[in-house]
Design a protein around this ligand. Sequence first.
Ligand SMILES: C[S@@+](CC[C@H](N)C(=O)[O-])C[C@H]1O[C@@H](n2cnc3c(N)ncnc32)[C@H](O)[C@@H]1O
Length: 318
Amino acid sequence: MKTILQKTKKEVRLQPKKVRSKRRTYALPENPIEFYISEETLKYRNNKPFTIYYDNQEHAIRLLKGDCIEVLNQARENSVDMIFADPPYFLSNGGITCHAGKMVSVNKGKWDKSMGVQGNHEFNLKWLRACQRVLKPNGTIWVSGTTHIIYSVGFAMQELGYKILNDIVWYKRNAPPNLSCRYFTHSTEIVLWAAKNEKSRHHFNYQLMKEINQGKQMRNVWEISAPQTAEKKYGKHPTQKPVELLTRLILASSKENDLILDPFCGSSTTGVAAVLNNRKYVGIDLEEEYLQLSVKRLEEAIGKKESDLFQESKVSNL
Ligand SMILES: C[S@@+](CC[C@H](N)C(=O)[O-])C[C@H]1O[C@@H](n2cnc3c(N)ncnc32)[C@H](O)[C@@H]1O
């Protein structure tokens, strides 16, 4: 993969519109995904480059490979409508868990190693600050997590002046059993929903949520199963979220054509839900393996959307 400075064929075909900056003139894409990263900012951060891993202008999808804090700090301020973040839970401590009836290690990768309570909190503060800067004034962020990080995330949000809107309890009916038999079985995750700040006038599709909930006001406890086998047919991400969860979050808090960002995108479950619901998507991840998986899943979602549109047009032409 090439850096942003070595443009690939797939990359944005710049239709330059000259824009004056203090340092030099640079080009903005004519029809950018609003989340624009200036080429010039890369130069003074030359030890930590990132790459545009996948760029699909037609469907407004972009995958970036790199550290999300670095990337977000170079992105355009006030440019994102909605963020979903599924950060490291810092669970990879050599323990064991149960998967498909077997005892397996909980270690997910270097990215999930704890830096200690203070270190983990510092990290949460940094990426949440970077997300807050790129959110539009009325934009919102969703963050999923378990006990291991969610209190730190909530506290960091309060420290940064986010306005916490809801805490969703995601209940997993098919949660694996607890092997040690010394604790209750974990079967929930919390998903915090917050607006950029106290002044934000956040968007909530109240009526749609009510319709989805058989005409009753939707509550903050959602029963959604862990991802189905079909969602893992291109390979597994160790912490993959179900498309159903992401679909609900996106439908609840964004409009068609909004820009959705996932700074810890993994296998791009967020992107799949965004594409299927006509939203733009930017995903960031450190790991090539997960970005490869993302591309396969995103291209499948594009194919599905196109075939649905084709079927609809056939019906309307009858
Ligand atoms: C909990 S997983 C996200 C899984 C995703 N929600 C899905 O459905 O596939 C967290 C992801 O964040 C990535 N990651 C960890 N630290 C990162 C960082 N500083 N910048 C960008 N990505 C990071 C990991 O590689 C991992 O794929």
